[in-house]
Structure formats: structure tokens, C-alpha cells
Design a protein around this ligand. Structure first.
Ligand code: HEM
Length: 381
């Protein structure tokens, strides 16, 4: 176990990229609570990046290099950009959001319902949050299609990542222009009203897409996996004794969608729990290890409704949208249960594999089968 070694230890984050990883609940909370005055978020403090030692195709680079948005700022600049986000997300009509998720869920289910089988990662958990976010931004079908295609090429970090990035930025700018001319009841309009300029709009929309979609996809897939593979939970979910929300809480504790992240940089030489931290090195926090820390672990049965986990991080950079994330995941999972009551895993649990990588949790596939005759059509709600 990593934790048996030290609360914070030196690690190789990605090939040739060195830093620290905080693995106890106490060390993680200490680091997050002392951001930004002792531990800054801005990667301008990252020595290896400043010295040109991180090649452009290193997987750590896409996740850790600075961008001009709230995630990578400290102090007043962070507060200003973040409050534009929190003000805008607070204006989201949650009833309309749930209706939009249900509609997207139905379209996705309709596309595979008659086949009697599906991969719930590529055909449901992955596309649903992305389409939901596009809807929250008030994107037209065509613009949303273009942006989603660019995002998936960007996430796949293929050869045309630079072109995909340029296409995505131009789609975000087009969306901003459109909403400046014709405001709507959507997050793009709310961000404009919060006073962001065009460059800030583009970077903030990109941040929201990147921060919202992948972890919500992972949460949906892993909660569904849990419901499918845990007979007790499956029975409870169907009989209404326990709820989908309990499966979600379990995943947020045991397998948080963002395993390790929030790179921080010591401001001067710092000693935390006896560990000496050299400035200039990134310090990642392990949300996954902290949640599993035996010194805080609640009894498994106590988890439903227990929000003491760190899946949404904490402190000034903590996720501003846990309620929306839960709402999207819960609605998506409820709809799947309503529409496909006979669903079961079509491989053994041991055959399920996780996506590789340091930062994000996620399944590569979740193959299922079901009776195509049992409620294959939705009746509109
Ligand atoms: C299950 C789903 C989600 C999980 C587990 C999650 C988790 C997190 C975590 C751990 C962070 C901190 C990252 C860091 O400091 O490096 C974060 C930040 C953030 N999240 Fe989420 N998130 C989820 C969904 C969402 C959604 C749906 C939205 C927007 C609608 C969102 C928007 C953001 C933003 C804007 C930040 C940056 C905040 C800042 O730096 O001040 N997240 N999230």
C-alpha cells in the first residue's frame, strides 16, 4: 500500500515527470486548505516545465500545463474567474437540466434498445454528460456536434490535437458571439452577464467542458457497474429500498472519477507531516488514496449520504458543481433502470478493465445485454 510509506512521497507522475503524491486524508486536506498561500496552483512555479523538460506529447502535459482559466490561477484572479462560474452555474434551472438529461438519455437508449445489447461506456456514459453540457451552454445541434467531435479528438491526444484545439476554440468563440447577439437561458449567456471578455469566455467554456464531462461519465459508468455486479445493491435499487444515490456515493468514496490531481507548488521550502517538500516540484493529491485512508474510512454501510469523501476536492479550488454532477448522474442512471429493467452484464466482472493513466478513473467498456422487448420505447415525460 502506498500509504504505508509516507503521507507524501516522491513519484513519477508520467514517464520522466517527477513530483510528489499526497496519500493520507490529513495531508491531502492540509495541502488543499493551505492553497494558495503555502501551496500555489499556478504552474508558473513548475521548474521542469519552465526549463523545457516536459515534451509536448507527455501525457502529464495536457493535464498539468497552465491555461488561462480559473483552474490554474491563484488569489484575486482565481476568485474573479471562479465567481463568474459559480454565479452562472447557480442560475441553472435544475428541473430543466433533469428534463434535458432525460431527453438525451432516451435518445441514446433508443439508438441501441432494439439490439438487446450495448456498451454502456461508449454508447451512454461517455456521450451523455458531454451532450448535457452542450445543452447547458445553449449550443445549437450543429455547433454542439462540431465541438463534441473536436473534444473527443483532443481527449484522444492524437496527431491532430492542435487542429482539434483550434476548432474547439473557434466553436466556443462562435457560441459566445451568438449569445452576445441573442442571449438565452443558458450558461454561455450567464457567463457573458458575469462580465467575461471573449478570450476568458473561450477558456472558461473549455474548462467547464473538460471539468464536467469526463468525471461525470466515469461516475455514471462505475455506478452502473456497481449496480450490475452487486446483487444486494441491484435488488435494493430495483425495489426502491436503497437508491441510485447510494451507488453514486459508494463510487465517490471507493473509485472517485478523478483519482489524483490538483497539482500544487510549495511556496518556499515547506515541511508537511515530517516530509520536506522542495519548491518547483508538482505535488499531486490522491483523492482515491485519501478516501481509502483507514484513519477516516467510515463503515461501508455508512457511506450513503456521507459526503466526507474528497471526490470533489476541497478548499478554494474545490469542484463548484457537485450538485449538478450528482443530478446528471442520478437522472442518467434512473432512466437506464426505467427503460431497461432486464439489463445484465454480458461479460464477467473480472473481464472489465480500467482506462490507463494517472489522473482519471474510468472503464474501457461496460458490455451489457437485455431483453429488447421489455420497455424498449420511451413514452415521453
Ligand atoms: C462526478 C463528477 C465530477 C467530479 C468527480 C468533479 C471533481 C472535481 C475536482 C476533484 C476538482 C478539483 C480539480 C483541481 O483542483 O485540480 C474539480 C474542479 C472543477 N469542477 Fe468538477 N467534478 C465533477 C463534475 C463537474 C461538473 C458537472 C462541472 C460543471 C458543470 C464541474 C466544474 C468544475 C470546475 C469549473 C472546476 C475548477 C474549479 C476551480 O479551479 O476553482 N465539475 N471538480
Amino acid at each position: 500500500m502506498l500509504r504505508d510509506q509516507a503521507p507524501i512521497m516522491p513519484v513519477e507522475i508520467a514517464p520522466g515527470v517527477y513530483g510528489y503524491l499526497a496519500v493520507t486524508y490529513r495531508a491531502v486536506v492540509y495541502l488543499l486548505r493551505n492553497n494558495p498561500h503555502r501551496f500555489a496552483k499556478d504552474p508558473k512555479h513548475w521548474d521542469a516545465l519552465n526549463h523545457g523538460q516536459i515534451p509536448p506529447d507527455n501525457p502529464a502535459r495536457a493535464m498539468m500545463q497552465p491555461r488561462d482559466n480559473a483552474l490554474w490561477k491563484d488569489g484575486p484572479e482565481h476568485a474573479r474567474l471562479r465567481s463568474a462560474i459559480t454565479e452562472s452555474l447557480a442560475r441553472v434551472d435544475t428541473h430543466a437540466l433533469a428534463a434535458s438529461v432525460t431527453q438525451i438519455a432516451d435518445q441514446l437508449i433508443d439508438a441501441f434498445a432494439s439490439a438487446g445489447q450495448a456498451d454502456l461506456v461508449t454508447q451512454y456514459a461517455d456521450p451523455l454528460p458531454m451532450q448535457t453540457v452542450m445543452d447547458m451552454f445553449g449550443c445549437s445541434h450543429e455547433l454542439s456536434h462540431r465541438a463534441i467531435s473536436a473534444v473527443s479528438r483532443l481527449f484522444n491526444a492524437g496527431e491532430d490535437a492542435a487542429r482539434a484545439n483550434a476548432e474547439l476554440e473557434s466553436a466556443c468563440l462562435e457560441l459566445t458571439d451568438l449569445k452576445r447577439r441573442r442571449p438565452g437561458r443558458d450558461v454561455t449567456t450567464y457567463l457573458i452577464a458575469a462580465g467575461l471578455n471573449n478570450a476568458e469566455m473561450v477558456q472558461t467554456i473549455l474548462l467547464l467542458i473538460g471539468a464536467a464531462a469526463p468525471p461525470t461519465s466515469s461516475l455514471i459508468a462505475n455506478a452502473k457497474r456497481r449496480i450490475l455486479t452487486n446483487a444486494l445493491l441491484a435488488n435494493n435499487v430495483h425495489s426502491g429500498i436503497s437508491s441510485v444515490a447510494a451507488a453514486i456515493d459508494d463510487v465517490l468514496w471507493d473509485n472517485p472519477p478523478i483519482h489524483n490531481y490538483c497539482p500544487l507548488y510549495a511556496q518556499g521550502h515547506q515541511i508537511v507531516e515530517g516530509v520536506s517538500l522542495v519548491p518547483g516540484w508538482p505535488i499531486l493529491v490522491s483523492f482515491a488514496a485519501a478516501n481509502g485512508d483507514p484513519s477516516v474510512l467510515s463503515m461501508p454501510g455508512d457511506r450513503a449520504g456521507n459526503r466526507g469523501h474528497l471526490a470533489f476536492s476541497a478548499g478554494v479550488h474545490g469542484c463548484p458543481a457537485p450538485t449538478l454532477a450528482r443530478l446528471i448522474a442520478e437522472t442518467a442512471l434512473e432512466r437506464l433502470l426505467d427503460r431497461l429493467p432486464t439489463i445484465e452484464l454480458s461479460v464477467t466482472e473480472q473481464e472489465l478493465t480500467n482506462r490507463p493513466g494517472t489522473f482519471l478513473a474510468g472503464l474501457t467498456a461496460l458490455p451489457v445485454r437485455f431483453d429488447p422487448e421489455a420497455h424498449p420505447h420511451h413514452h415521453g415525460r
